[in-house]
Design a protein around this ligand. Structure first.
Ligand code: 7RM
Length: 656
């Protein structure tokens, strides 16, 4: 396609450039065993979305007391299953043990150095009761906040479930965050207790967590006690009276801690999201609606067969993906999981594939950033292992470029696994837009359709419906797992999500709708470029670059340009051992999506700047491209990457 791409007829919305034609219907073999192989759930939800969610809540969750009202909706605040009472930890643990599944493995935990632990549902329940009592002995009570700052160890899940059991809200901070980030989050939440570890393993070395925790809580007046899990074996300072070893507390604790029923709208957790900059927002999630949505989506999106599947989500518990799709969704459904502590390239680039082979993983959920890294490392790595146990693959976190999707399907999925590209946010709590693998015909790069019970529409700048072409993704009705607000800042909640388009939740993402109603996520709207009056999404130009056989990963930004307003600057990472000329790549983009999207300059780089959760940080690349000093770099995973890019930007000539 060249210049007739402005299909919406409105030059203010986002142009739709790429035109991906490949389609993948579910195979007959997959459909035969699938939980859903027709459109009945969509039909049911279309008739009455609240009634649909009520049926899911009754089927998938055990309630102590029934609710009297399914949903109270006073924009922007919703309450779900009002009057109902339940306990999340009971739903994730006790009921499975009571049903006779106590011997089922909850976690096959794999430490980075190669040690491992097998934890059954019965063992997890016993540990959670002990630790819940330990928390009580430290004075934690219903309504308090507890901060968790741990590596990927089973105690992270234990700590979260123990909080849920006694009605304390947890606030998990990713173990890779700095002491300052931890201080800010503890103080905002006014947490009483911090749960951390001596250290954890990363790339073959122990990173000291307790040291960072000590530094952080020096500035946290609300912290009364610190619990320390022994993992790294590194030396730590313990402050008498304040600091306690996890194993000492658990050894002394009473083994029985009944699960106390909580109100459906009881605060379950806070999770801080920083976006790319600004004061982090404490996203609030509550009990009954959240559990219903994560249980439903985990079961049907991953087509879970709890008695036979081995499910592995590679996220860290410090992110929403870890909360919803390692802890709450899978455990509510009684799933058997793999949990892995470390990085994908220790001791070698095939660590993930060796784990899949070792445990016979059937369902695998990871991020595009990881997939593109695997492309860079080469297909010979997965080829070293038997991955034939895999039945389904998932993707989350960023738009997945069609070529990365194809690589994932061919080299990891053996050409037969359906791929579920799942769009959602910390704020949405659970998956919103995704295929149902037994019924949706997928297209590489499209998250396809809103799930049953979810309302999503694309609108233009004037809030008019876009029926085909690019615009802004909005959500049109409340959903059970939606955020209940921003902790301590109701105004910011309203302004951020509910003020841009009246009556709609604005997700902040660009999105295009194709002729058949498929949704194609285009990235954050702050990243959209304006080239000679054309609004071009970063995702489409990046996908065009990644569709060149030599390219593994690409980031594009719009840099100020005297002639065109903004000019497209691309940063490109090549697949292992391959090379390509800049002019060939520019020509390739022009051929794929049109001359308007041809990058003015292309820089090759071994790495791209990413947030700690793996999303490309285009804002920093814009600073580099425009020769500015770097702004806020605190959310960057590895600062050396941009320093290197700045050095290259000075040396490299502009390619035009
Ligand atoms: C789960 C998670 C949310 C933002 C969201 C998007 C981007 C996530 C996809 C995606 C395209 C996807 N929560 N995003 N999933 N973009 N396709 N399948 O990532 O709060 O950390 O980020 O991530 O921009 O708004 S998050």
């Amino acid at each position: 396609m060249t210049d007739e791409h402005d299909t919406s007829g409105d030059h203010d919305t986002i142009d739709a450039l790429l035109d991906e034609q490949r389609t993948f219907p579910p195979s007959e073999a997959f459909k035969r065993n699938a939980l859903v192989a027709d459109t009945s759930l969509y039909d049911e939800a279309a008739r009455d979305y609240q009634g649909f969610w009520a049926r899911q809540a009754a089927e998938l969750v055990d309630w102590q007391d029934d609710w009297h009202t399914i949903c109270e909706w006073e924009l922007p605040y919703s309450k779900w299953f009002v009057g109902g009472r339940l306990n999340v930890s009971y739903n994730c643990l006790d009921r499975h043990v009571l049903a006779g599944n106590g011997d089922r493995v909850a976690f096959h935990w794999e430490g980075e150095p190669g040690d491992s632990r097998t934890i059954t549902y019965a063992a997890l329940l016993a540990e959670v009761q002990l630790f819940a009592n330990a928390l009580k002995s430290l004075g934690v009570a219903k309504g308090d906040r507890v901060n968790i700052y741990l590596p990927m160890v089973p105690e992270a899940a234990v700590a979260m479930l123990a909080c849920a059991r006694i009605g304390a809200a947890h606030s998990v901070v990713f173990g890779g965050f700095s002491a300052q980030s931890l201080t800010d989050r503890i103080n905002d939440a006014e947490a009483k207790v911090l749960i951390t570890a001596d250290g954890g393993y990363r790339r073959g070395e122990v990173f000291p967590l307790k040291t960072a925790a000590d530094e952080a809580i020096a500035g946290c007046p609300t912290i009364e006690h610190v619990v320390v899990v022994r993992r790294g074996g590194n030396e730590v300072q313990m402050v008498p009276g304040r600091d306690h070893w996890y194993h000492d507390l658990v050894e002394a604790a009473d083994p029985v801690c009944p699960a106390e029923p909580m109100d459906s709208e009881q605060l379950l957790f806070l999770l801080y999201t920083s976006g790319t900059t600004g004061k982090p927002k404490g996203i609030m999630h509550t009990t009954g609606g959240y559990l219903t949505q994560v249980a439903f989506t985990h079961k049907y999106v991953f087509d879970l067969h709890a008695d036979t599947d081995v499910y592995w989500c590679t996220a860290d518990v410090g992110w929403i993906t870890g909360h919803s799709y390692i802890v709450y969704g899978p455990l509510a459904n009684g799933a058997t999981q793999v949990m892995y502590e470390g990085v994908p390239n220790y001791p070698a680039n095939d660590r993930f594939w060796s784990i899949i082979e070792k445990y016979g993983v059937t369902k695998f959920y990871t991020a595009p950033t990881a997939i593109r890294t695997f492309m860079k490392w080469g297909a010979q790595e997965p080829a070293k292992h038997d991955l034939s146990s895999l039945q389904l693959l998932g993707s989350v976190g960023e738009p997945i470029n069609p070529e990365a999707w194809m690589w994932y399907q061919e080299h990891i999925g053996g050409g037969t696994c359906p791929i579920v590209d799942t769009w959602w946010q910390t704020e949405t709590g659970g998956i919103m837009i995704s295929p149902l693998p037994g019924c949706t015909t997928t297209k590489p790069g499209s998250a396809t359709f809103p799930l049953p019970g979810i309302g999503a529409e694309v609108v233009d700048d004037d809030a008019q419906l876009v029926t085909h072409g690019g615009g802004y993704l909005t959500l049109t009705q409340p959903w059970p797992g939606m955020l209940r607000g921003i902790w301590g800042d109701p105004e910011r909640y309203h302004d951020t999500y509910w003020s841009r388009f009246e009556g709609r939740y604005f997700a902040g993402d660009g999105c295009k709708l194709d002729e058949q109603g498929y949704l194609w996520l285009l990235g954050r709207v702050d990243d959209v470029m304006n080239v000679s009056g054309h609004r071009i999404s970063t995702a489409e130009v990046e996908s065009a670059l990644v569709s060149h056989p030599s390219v593994a990963e690409a980031a594009v930004v719009g840099a100020n340009d005297a002639t065109t307003g903004q000019a497209i600057i691309a940063y490109v990472t090549l697949r292992g051992g391959l090379e390509v000329a800049v002019d060939e790549l520019r020509g390739h983009v022009a051929h794929e999506i049109g001359a308007i999207a041809k990058p003015k300059a292309i820089y090759f780089t071994p790495d791209l700047p990413k947030t700690r959760s793996g999303k490309i940080m285009r804002r920093l690349l814009r600073d580099v491209a425009e020769g500015r000093n770097l702004g806020d770099t605190t959310t960057l995973a590895d600062a050396s990457v941009v320093n290197e890019l700045q050095r290259r930007a000075v040396e490299a000539p502009t390619e035009d």
